[in-house]
Design a protein around this ligand. Structure first.
Ligand SMILES: CC(C)(COP(=O)(O)OP(=O)(O)OC[C@H]1O[C@@H](n2cnc3c(N)ncnc32)[C@H](O)[C@@H]1OP(=O)(O)O)[C@@H](O)C(=O)NCCC(=O)NCCS
Length: 171
């Protein structure tokens, strides 16, 4: 099922290209290696009414050479027919709760290529905020590529708790 989601050009619009079945299998191996190493990673998102796999949402760890800190970021990736229903925001809310309450992280970031407005909207809905000084060029895109410029949003544990308590800043 994830292979079908990753083969959709609409879902993969801001990546290099749709993935083959084998590439998705390799991706799942990477996800599992992350869980083995860190105890967290990208979780499968299923619709509760029927168990349908919608995609994944969770935490990823960048290498030490990443142009940002902290190295752990939250990400989301859903089937196109699951967009527009709040599933990414709902799943990301559970991930933020887990990250701050169980893993005791102090701060989380999210990043995406600047034109990926849907992903940026999830960040804003979660109360994450952007300082343009944090924006960076993604080295995995070649010079001059239209998706090379990335925006970065962040939220601290304190900000998340204040928001959940209803007294966080409305951005
Ligand atoms: C990024 C991505 C996960 C965003 O999905 P999304 O459906 O736009 O985001 P959400 O699931 O939070 O849904 C929000 C939408 O549902 C609507 N909605 C309906 N019920 C809702 C609810 N209970 N709560 C929140 N939003 C709700 C919102 O109004 C919003 O609608 P809009 O898009 O018309 O403004 C999705 O576009 C995707 O998977 N893209 C491909 C992969 C990708 O680019 N990932 C990011 C890489 S950095």
């Amino acid at each position: 099922m994830l292979a079908r989601i990753n083969a959709d050009p609409e879902v993969m619009r801001y990546r290099f290209k749709p993935l083959t079945r084998q590439e998705t299998d390799e991706l799942i191996d990477e996800f599992e290696a992350c869980f083995d190493e860190h105890g967290f990673g990208l979780w499968a998102v299923e619709r509760t009414v029927d168990g349908q796999l919608l995609g994944y949402v969770g935490l990823e760890v960048a290498g030490d050479d990443a142009p940002y800190r902290p190295l752990i970021h939250i990400g989301w990736h859903l089937a196109a027919d699951a967009w527009g229903r709040g599933y990414a925001t709902e799943a990301a809310t559970a991930v933020l709760d887990h990250a701050f309450d169980e893993l005791a992280l102090a701060e989380l970031i999210a990043h995406t290529t600047a034109p990926n407005e849907r992903s940026r909207a999830v960040m804003r809905r979660l109360g994450m905020h952007r300082d343009p000084h944090d924006d960076f060029d993604a080295q995995w895109y070649p010079e001059g590529h239209p998706y090379r410029r990335f925006v970065l949003y962040r939220i601290t544990a304190e900000e998340w708790r204040a928001r959940k308590a209803g007294d966080g800043p409305v951005r």
